[in-house]
Design a protein around this ligand. Structure first.
Ligand code: F6P
Length: 534
């Protein structure tokens, strides 16, 4: 039996055992959780037991996670389909040297960070001015990895945002750029165009729209544009002065890029010192990931719990449920991080994937989700493993009672998933309400919660820049470990290409410049309807 089969065999043996019974062992909670620099990852409310964990760890060992991890950190070209190193970790590990092809890549990284800091300081202090005075608003135009990270983090760290107001434009839908720019004054706005390739159609189209908007009121538009990219020839062709261009290398993947120049918007919002705290949080997680034994290694255990639920138990989706309003964009951020990284059907060597690819990741902050989709999580026919995130403290001391209520709800949901409510308990509730006979039975059945539904909980002290850095690096490494175990290259994204190509070909059809020969009947009929022709 190979390791996967052994795990499946083990699962078959334990699948009917209720998770709650595992807590007969009073040491369960402590033994099935991991601590790392103030973070606590509790996976005790899952059906993983000592043998299951040992088998999962053996799976990671057998996949050579440790060697791949070191290959990544040391700059080997582990992104084999694109022939690139994967070194986003270098952006936050500023004290070390990282040698790629015989060259230390760190001096230019530090130099760019220094320039970003100077630029951010100038904007924050008012030294760098727009043509109508101090810059009051900064608009980041980017999409995917050039948007989701900084947008998520600016919201997450709102209590630390004391610079110019930040805005984000991503969608090619003109409504987005229109609605963001409409209330702003071009004379006091700085536009950052963030695009690794500087070719992404959404970003370049929005950048042109922003330039026209700027030109309506400002004579020297170029002065109020900055760019973040690894295609410096294209940024200068767009007319952005090299002094306001912040470059990065192709070894930083788009969805892993918020630690470097793509984080410029965040740095402007929270200030260079707090941005460094964010980097330090990421670096602390890197150090933990590289040194902790697998059983006590948070990213490794997070990944193994994910593998257990998805590939072994067959639960195809996972809910990410932050009990922290300011993490409301975390699920969207993780959707790109996880699904663009591990949503693949072939292994690194081009053969068909033997196991299922990564799960569907979705979610919303609690408690809002409780009043929307938790119904299905509790009583739907499919099991959805839930990943709760909760801070010990909020940022509003005057509203500490609300934070307590928030925490109570989070713990209650995890408990409800674990315990459920039996038919007998439901019957007793109905009897207490005065029901009897068939009506009692019917009503009781609706009030049964099967329980025995797995969840994990990540507890952090408070959502500071450092802690956010830890959390994001934790998720990045989790994706990496899952990818290695599945044999996937987590750092390419060929699956986004076909739609892009077809969209380019369809635009002239919508415009009436091409007849759409070769298109299917449905597409052509929809085109006619959109053109008002039937
Ligand atoms: O930063 P860029 O090059 O504009 O790319 C934006 C996003 O587009 C993608 O390539 C997907 O289309 C993502 O991987 C990337 O984060």
């Amino acid at each position: 039996m190979n390791r996967w089969d052994t795990l499946r065999h083990h699962h078959a043996e334990v699948r009917d055992r209720a998770i709650l019974t595992l807590f007969d062992d009073p040491a369960r909670a402590g033994a099935f959780s991991v601590d790392a620099d103030g973070l606590l990852f509790d996976y005790s409310k899952t059906n993983i037991d000592v043998s299951g964990r040992a088998l999962l760890i053996a799976l990671a060992e057998g996949a050579d996670v440790a060697a791949r991890r070191e290959a990544m950190f040391s700059g080997a070209r582990i992104n084999e389909t694109e022939g690139r190193a994967v070194l986003h970790t270098a952006l936050r590990n500023l004290d070390a040297s990282v040698i790629v092809d015989g060259q230390d890549v760190m001096p230019p990284v530090r130099e760019t960070l220094g320039r970003m800091e100077a630029f951010a300081r100038d904007l924050r202090t008012g030294r760098a001015r727009g043509q109508g005075g101090r810059i009051t608003d900064v608009v980041n135009i980017g999409i995917g990895g050039s948007d989701l990270g900084p947008a998520m983090a600016c919201l997450a760290l709102a209590p630390y945002c004391d610079g110019p107001r930040l805005h984000f434009v991503s969608n090619v839908d003109g409504a987005h750029v229109h609605d963001v720019l409409a209330p702003l004054d071009p004379e006091t706005t700085m536009i950052i165009i963030a695009s690794k390739t500087f070719t992404t159609i959404e970003t370049m189209t929005n950048a042109e729209a922003a330039r026209r908007w700027m030109a309506s009121k400002v004579s020297d538009t170029g002065r109020q544009f900055a760019a973040v990219s690894s295609a410096l020839d294209r940024t200068s062709a767009f007319g952005i002065d090299g002094g306001r261009v912040f470059g990065f290398e192709d070894w930083v993947g788009g969805r892993y890029s918020m630690w470097g120049p793509v984080g410029l918007a965040l740095m402007i919002a929270i200030g260079p010192e707090r941005f460094r705290e964010f980097l330090k949080g990421g670096a602390a997680m890197d150090a933990h990931f590289r040194s902790a034994p697998f059983g006590q290694n948070m990213p490794v255990m997070l990944a193994l719990v994910g593998i257990w639920h998805n590939q072994i138990c067959g639960h195809a989706s996972r809910a990410v449920l932050p009990y922290e309003q300011r993490l409301s964009r975390l699920p969207a951020y993780l959707q790109q991080l996880e699904m663009e990284s591990n949503g693949k059907r072939v292994a690194m060597d081009g053969t068909d994937l033997v196991e299922n690819s990564g799960p569907v990741v979705w979610g919303e902050p609690g408690t809002n989700g409780q009043h929307a989709f938790y119904q299905l999580i509790h009583q739907g026919t499919r099991v959805i493993p839930c990943e709760f995130l909760l801070g010990a403290q909020g940022h509003e001391p005057d509203l500490a009672h609300q934070h307590r209520l928030l925490a109570a709800n989070c713990l209650a949901q995890a408990e409800a998933l674990l315990r459920g409510r039996s038919l007998d308990q439901a019957r007793a509730i109905m009897a207490a309400k005065g029901l009897s006979g068939d009506e009692l039975e019917r009503q009781a059945r609706h009030r049964v919660f099967p329980g025995d539904r797995p969840s994990t909980m990540l507890v952090y002290p408070k959502l500071t820049p450092f802690v956010l850095g830890q959390i994001i690096a934790l998720y990045e490494h989790r994706v990496f470990v899952e990818g290695v175990i599945l044999g996937i290259n987590s750092f390419d994204q060929w699956g986004v290409e076909l739609g892009k190509e077809l969209a380019l070909a369809l635009e002239p059809v919508l415009k009436g410049e091409s007849d759409g020969a070769g298109k299917d009947g449905s597409t052509l009929r929809l085109v006619r309807r959109l053109r008002g022709e039937g």
